[in-house]
Design a binder for this molecule. Sequence first.
Ligand code: E4P
Length: 217
Amino acid sequence: MKFFADTADTAAIAELAETGLLDGVTTNPSLIKKSGRDIMEVTKEICGLTDGPVSAEVVALDHAEMMKEAEVLRKIADNVCIKVPLTIDGLKSCKALTSDGTMVNVTLCFSASQALLAAKAGATFISPFVGRHDDNGFDGMQLIEDIRLIYDNYAFETEILVASVRHGMHVLEAAKIGADVMTAPPGVIKALFKHVLTDKGIEAFLADWKDTGQEIG
Ligand code: E4P
């Protein structure tokens, strides 16, 4: 399972990249606002921090304007992945961009039928929002299971990118279902490393080691 960081915070991305476990980054207009930085400048910096796909989102709603914005964004770096909303114009743009060899992440997916359309439009990634789905009384993980089943039925190559991840259980469930990618805020990714028994075990081993009076090397 690939791990993407869902942030435009370059310091947090750099820290995760150093672990060697970061496979890409996703941004959106809200995350760009949170960074307080210029989209072109911050996206370029992020693209230099990872070799993996960096999703940069268009904000136009009609196909022609989306294509113009995508043209600007994809010139930032070779690893830019254009993010388009799951609308008719978004999927028209997805089809045109992927036919031209550009990576496309179709975002704001809330149903399996939307995901089917995105795959037919040749999306590189489909982003179902599990957290927002749960928030609204739906079952985010059932959505991932349904999309996995449909994509496997037809051998679609579109990767399922589980988005709006709020906690470790989302990551674990998505991995059990066989999602291809998950994107999560840096805090959620860092929390995956932690376990109280790991900390306790290290503490006990170090105490015993100190008693031996030995050194390694
Ligand atoms: C990712 O591509 C999405 O923009 C992101 O995961 C949305 O997450 P949120 O629902 O926490 O804003």
